[in-house]
Design a protein around this ligand. Structure first.
Ligand code: PLP
Length: 397
């Protein structure tokens, strides 16, 4: 008798799905490979090149043979640069022992959730949310508890909205301000209130600072700068967007030492160190001139103003004004129910196939009347793509 085959995929993988933002890129790429000229508003990455001083630091690292394993949690020089930049920008006082360098910001959030969440633990996630939170919490066996926000007031969130969702099983609240996908920004006062309820209930507050330098109406701040906050606030950061370094894959966590130690254990058996060359480039990004960040912000602001005004001209579309990041999150509810389209998913598919515009459907972020438009692309491309989208919606019977 032949043995029973045990070749199934592990159960925990069925709790996650392929990132929908990656799927949009794949579908757009497929069309492009067939010679179609696609307006791509799917990708969440700066269209600017990595600044030259940073590229040169990477080149120097190769020339100086800095091309071997490093400490699994990152080189001390980079950890110190991360702590110093955080101090300079936000007034925090982290030490390298609090810092773990990871393979991008996503990896930092993955490690954090995997070392802190036990099966059955609840994690509070405001909606709309960045796709990855849900999947990494599920992967750890945790339970996502989704908290709605108020679209009329720009997807606003506050402590009073969150607190009723806290139970004895709650382990963590995840906050992403500015938000991907809505661009909503928490005021320092509202953020502090959320911090206080997390403290009151003895739970972690994970703050994803991915877009913290891209703010249009307010000063950048970190909730970790509040006195005493470093014990319960967990910072996940990245150089990816701030310095147009998405492909270099350098992120970081700033956390209590015992948590950094737990994350290091996990990382030492999975990725080991982030790429040595990228680490040297990241040191230059954090220590070198910062003017490229302000230049990108200026450009994003112009694009945001254009995109939101243009979207608001399309009948059936409403769009809240994003205060940060580089995404618009228009409500396309007025276009649903026409042309055989009933969901943002169907809308995005038809828009790509028929009008050759790539957007990410709102289902990916937990809402059912929106699509996400990344305006990290040129003005010319935005004009062209939004004209196409306008014509597409007008043409829906
Ligand atoms: C909200 C948010 N957090 C974290 C990340 C992770 O960035 P990376 O892993 O590229 O550093 C992203 C990337 O899109 C993001 O949008």
């Amino acid at each position: 008798m032949s043995p029973t085959l045990k070749t199934e995929i592990a159960d925990r993988v069925s709790s996650i799905s392929v990132s929908s933002t990656l799927k949009v890129s794949q579908d757009a790429e497929k069309l492009r490979s067939q010679g179609v000229d696609v307006s791509d508003f799917g990708a969440g990455e700066p269209d600017f090149p990595t600044p030259d001083n940073i590229k040169q630091a990477g080149i120097r690292a190769i020339q100086q043979n800095f091309t071997k394993y490093t400490a699994a949690g990152g080189i001390l020089e980079l950890k110190q640069a991360i702590c110093d930049r955080h101090t300079a920008d936000f007034g925090t006082s982290y030490k390298p022992a609090n810092c773990l360098v990871t393979v991008g910001g996503k990896h930092s959030i993955f490690n954090l959730t995997q070392v802190l969440i036990n099966p059955g633990d609840e994690v509070i996630i405001p909606v709309p949310y960045w796709v990855t939170y849900k999947d990494v919490v599920n992967y750890a066996g945790g339970k996502c508890v989704f908290v709605p926000t108020n679209e009329e007031s720009g997807f606003a969130l506050n402590a009073a909205t969150i607190e009723p969702y806290i139970t004895a099983r709650t382990k963590m609240i995840i906050i992403n301000s500015p938000s991907n996908p809505s661009g909503a920004v928490l005021s320092p006062e509202d953020f502090e209130e959320i911090y206080k309820i997390a403290l009151k209930h003895g739970i972690f507050l994970l703050t994803d600072e991915c877009y913290c330098h891209f703010l249009y109406g307010s000063e950048a701040f970190s909730i970790a700068a509040l006195p005493g906050a470093k014990d319960t606030v967990l910072v996940a950061g990245t150089v990816s967007k701030t310095y147009a370094m998405t492909g270099w894959r350098i992120g970081y966590s700033l956390v209590p030492e015992r948590i950094a130690g737990a994350m290091l254990k996990l990382q030492s058996h999975s990725t080991s160190n982030p790429t040595s060359i990228s680490q040297k480039a990241a040191v230059e990004a954090l220590r070198g001139p910062q003017d490229s960040v302000a230049a990108m912000l200026k450009e994003y602001r112009q694009r945001r103003d254009f995109v939101v005004a243009r979207l608001r001209q399309i009948p059936g579309v409403q769009c809240a004004m994003p205060d940060g990041a580089f995404y618009a999150y228009p409500n396309i509810g007025g276009a649903l129910g026409r042309g055989g389209i009933h969901t943002p998913q169907q809308f995005a598919e038809k828009l790509l196939q028929e009008a050759h515009v790539a957007v990410v459907p709102g289902e990916a972020f937990g809402t059912h009347h929106h699509v996400r438009i990344s305006y990290a692309t040129s003005m010319a491309e935005l004009e062209r793509g939004l004209d196409r989208m306008h014509r597409f919606i007008d043409g829906l019977a």
